[in-house]
Ligand binder design. Sequence first.
Ligand code: NAD
Length: 348
Amino acid sequence: ERVGFAIIGLGRIALEQALPAFAECRMARPVALVSGSPEKAGLVARQYGIRPEAVLGYAQFERLRDMPEVQAVYIALPNAMHREFTERAAVIGKHVLTEKPMATSSEDCAAMIAACARAKVRLMVAYRCQYEQVNRAAIQAAQSGALGRLRFFHATNLQSNGPGPQWRYSRRLAGGGALPDIGLYCLNAARYLSNEEPVEVIAQSFTPAGDERYREVEESMSFTLRFPSGLLAQAQSSYGAYQEKSYRLSGERGSLLLQDAFSYQGQQLHLFRREGARGIEQHPQIHPRNQFALEIDHMARCVRESRRPHTPGEEGLRDQQIMEAIYRSAESGRPEPIPAWPAELPVR
Ligand code: NAD
């Protein structure tokens, strides 16, 4: 029997990626919808074979308590709403898969972790790239020692955004601009590739004058993280530059390039090494699978087997703490320390 999910919020990511991905899942199925638009939700329910009685408004969320077929919720709402719906899900005993960024403050992230721990439900942040196979091959290469000691990481997550207004340009609903929305992928990748926690950051933000969209949030954020091993991780994220979503990791003995690292599909990995006097380039071919399906199936497996997710709430809290240090540095113009992560608390 597949683990039943309620989809909370029917915006772009839910309709265009997550719901279609369930068709490729092996352990999960959508069984309920929670939406502010009954008309849209009714259409979607028919499309995915969801019972009309399992289509609810936000105020009726707690009715999910009486639907045993719903074991988990997938929260695809604006960032600032993730906390409220995580806490409401925990109270009614449902496991939580929440979209990234986990929330808009580290206080909110900590409250979400506490609520799920109290209720003994699983909490996972939807860091899809950590379930995507080519990123996983890059992690494997970085951590196998094949590249030698890691020196530099360079990641870009750039896109040219269309006109507003939408919640992404609201500080209250989004928590920030390019950094929490797309720069987060660069930050998370620096951590998952190195398996280290950064200790210091220096950052600069840029916002074009006179652009109505960027009255509250930054258009661009550039930052450099320093890791205890000496690794320096540089990242550029922007809503105002031509699309590029790649990273490069350079070690003493080799390097890797992952094109389209953060895209929904099309990842291309290149590995460069020296063997004797010869430079070797490898381009591993990995059969593509839908990363949203892999992510949702992972959550389903954790629910079924009572396991801690690979990207639990702590992973989201950690990134949020680092983003807060990035904003402090962009504001002060100086390097800022990143609060230490307690060694006894596993991040992932
Ligand atoms: P969206 O604007 O397309 O959808 C948001 C949904 O929330 C809409 O259906 C909207 O009606 C609903 N909503 C409820 N209350 C709202 C309010 N007060 N203001 C605005 N909308 C409200 O956004 P999206 O792109 O689907 O993003 C949703 C979440 O998913 C965000 O947390 C975002 O960061 C995340 N996301 C993740 C990925 C990924 O690749 N994992 C990609 C895109 C978005």
